[in-house]
Design a protein around this ligand. Structure first.
Ligand code: OVM
Length: 405
């Protein structure tokens, strides 16, 4: 008697380029096709294995032993290609090297520490909303006026950044998030600025460039206590400046867009302002500001019957996992009654966004300010996307509001 046969189905393939403008502009159709094709899809164009279902994305994220970050979390393989900058000690590192920088940053960005900021941030948010309503009237671009303006007002101050050159922060982040993808038009268009932006950011990470009381100074103080080396400190500061600005800007824009297009949800938030945090997480789930990250297989790994060869890149579609109908009921809906926890918009496992509490505090204070002063928010024309290889980003979000009586 033979044992029941193991049927080896071939791994589905796709010739699609997920970094092509049409998919960056509107990724959902490709995500749906990849999820339906199978748990693992070979992308022939880049010779990478794509995961678009929640189950496999989640499994890869928590399995740092088989799926390493140290070879880069973009398409480039750091073991064969020179990275465009010194790799991040957090994002592009594995245990044990990853752990000390992670511990330091986790403590500096922990919720009890952030509570000290919330009063100031609430006041800044209240003032910003008041000024926008007074000076721009009922119609304005919520992307520029709120989603960009608010994080740029509070976050660089919290890091301890000086006033000069803050306009470089968003372009630097845009460049860093493009660099996770292929060297396409989005990357080459910015190449002439890369040197200048990198020099500026690196100089901001020095101890002398940072204020005495901020996240940056606390990173240096951790180095003085021996929790990090003094060589590591500036790179950890750089992580804040790379990962902490564009992400929150586009996450807040996603949240504002969700409310503008779901007026019933805005009314619900007005009745229960305590929903601000869960609303932000639901918007992060639904829009996934960080759409994709790669890992590299450390050995031949079998995922749902497909052997992913050692050394090959695995592309995780966080945005697709966050709308996988096998995991989420009515996944495309922005729904304040659902529990969005478990979404992979901040990742999962040992690399899960260490700044997520900062992002939630920004969202909470901005939404709280808005809900106090705005009865209604609605779209005023079509929003415009900005294309980036990794970030689901915005260029404008025209809205019309009705001020509270
Ligand atoms: C970093 C870094 C950069 C980009 C993204 C990120 C989302 C981290 O430099 O550590 O996490």
């Amino acid at each position: 008697m033979s044992e029941s046969p193991v049927i080896d189905l071939p791994t589905p393939t796709s010739a699609a380029d997920p970094f092509a403008a049409e998919h960056l502009e509107n990724p959902e159709p490709l995500h749906r096709a990849l999820r339906e094709a199978g748990p693992v899809v070979h992308l022939t164009r880049y010779n990478v294995h794509a995961l678009a279902r929640y189950r496999e994305v989640h499994a890869a994220l928590v399995d740092w032993q088989n799926f390493q970050s140290g070879a880069g979390v973009g398409l480039a393989d750091f073991r064969r290609e020179k990275p465009w900058r010194t790799p991040s000690l957090l994002l592009e590192a594995d245990p044990p090297h990853h752990d000390a920088p992670r511990r330091v940053l986790r403590e500096i960005l922990a919720p009890p520490v952030l509570r000290r900021l919330s009063e100031t941030w609430q006041r800044v948010a209240d003032e910003l909303v008041e000024t926008v309503l007074a000076e721009r009237g009922p119609r304005f671009d919520a992307f520029e006026a709120l989603a960009v303006a608010f994080p740029l007002r509070v976050f660089p101050d919290a890091v301890g950044l000086g006033p000069e050159g803050r306009e470089n922060l968003l372009p630097y982040g845009n460049m860093a998030f493009n660099a996770f993808g292929p060297v396409n038009e989005l990357v080459t268009a910015d190449a002439h600025r890369a040197g200048g932006l990198t020099t500026w950011v690196n100089a901001r990470c020095a101890r002398e460039a940072l204020g005495e009381d901020g996240f940056g100074a606390r990173i240096w103080a951790a180095a003085d206590r021996g929790e990090l080396t003094h060589e590591q400190a500036p790179l950890v500061v750089r992580s804040l400046l790379t990962a902490g600005v564009d992400t929150t800007v586009h996450g807040l824009a996603a949240t504002l867009h969700a409310f503008a297009t779901h007026p019933d949800s805005w009314q619900r938030l007005r009745e229960r302002p305590g929903l601000a945090r869960v609303a932000f997480d639901e918007a992060v789930r639904r829009q996934s500001p960080v759409q994709t990250f790669f890992r590299t297989a450390t050995t031949d790994v079998t995922i749902a019957g497909t052997v992913v060869p050692e050394g090959s890149k695995v592309l995780m579609f966080l945005g697709s996992a966050n709308r996988d109908p096998a995991r989420w009921t009515d996944p495309d809906r922005f729904d304040l009654t659902r529990d969005p926890s478990g979404h992979v918009g901040f990742g999962m496992g040992i690399h899960q966004c260490v700044g997520q509490h900062v992002a939630r505090l920004e969202a909470e204070t901005l939404l709280t300010a808005l809900v106090r002063k705005v009865d209604r928010i609605e779209p005023d024309g079509d929003p415009r996307r900005h294309l980036n290889n990794t970030l689901r980003s915005w260029a404008s979000l025209p809205v019309r509001i009705r001020p509270a009586a």
